[in-house]
Design a protein around this ligand. Sequence first.
Ligand code: ADP
Ligand code: MG
Length: 238
Amino acid sequence: MGNITLRNVSKVFGAHAVIPSIDLNINDGEFVVFVGPSGCGKSTLLRLIAGLEDVSDGEIVIDGKNATELPPAQRGLSMVFQSYALYPHMSVRSNIGFPLKMANEDKAVIDKKVADAARVLNLTDYLDRKPRQLSGGQRQRVAIGRAIVRQPKAFLFDEPLSNLDAALRVNMRLEISQLHQDLKTTMVYVTHDQVEAMTMADKIVVLNRGRIEQVGSPLDLYHKPDNLFVAGFIGSPR
Ligand code: ADP
Ligand code: MG
């Protein structure tokens, strides 16, 4: 399961209502992309879902259970950070297994889960290397591996490809889409890149100044934008 519902969720920093009030449903297995210009509140919204920020008001429900007050580790979600969040002194194996080690899992369980994740991510031959001995794409895959071993209800990605070069970005985009097809786990993916949104999403949430302008499939947004902001941002002809 990986159903996430936001009810009336708001976030205020000081005097600034960064997110005035959002209602949103993310269905189990869906690939949902939050897209919008820099500063519109994408990361804040993702961090609220992850529990890395507390909501100012409203409710976050995960698989029917009120998760608003739960600490991040108890929400069953895995955040995928940019690849530079890897531990440089640790092997790929230890980096991927790190969350399990922290959770005091048995070594045999850790080895098995790390091996499974490495297979899915084509990292089997690289488990003994250090991050600096990997390409940018391989490093990003290690960061994803660290999320996979926790078998989360949903993966949360915050612009995971923004520090990769253009060619590699296209590649990783395809790899993450493939991973979603293989795992069928809910993915919530933040980007300011319309092309990423249009090519990866089942459902796009267009954000502007902390508000939802429109929610729909890529085709819906392209052919039936609700307003000029969406049309302009998605690049449709209206
Ligand atoms: P995005 O990810 O879409 O670029 P953010 O969610 O990072 O946008 O930021 C949305 C707004 O909230 C910005 O105006 C930003 O300055 C503000 N903001 C984000 N985090 C904080 C914080 N911890 N304290 C104060 N303001 C913040
Ligand atoms: Mg951001």
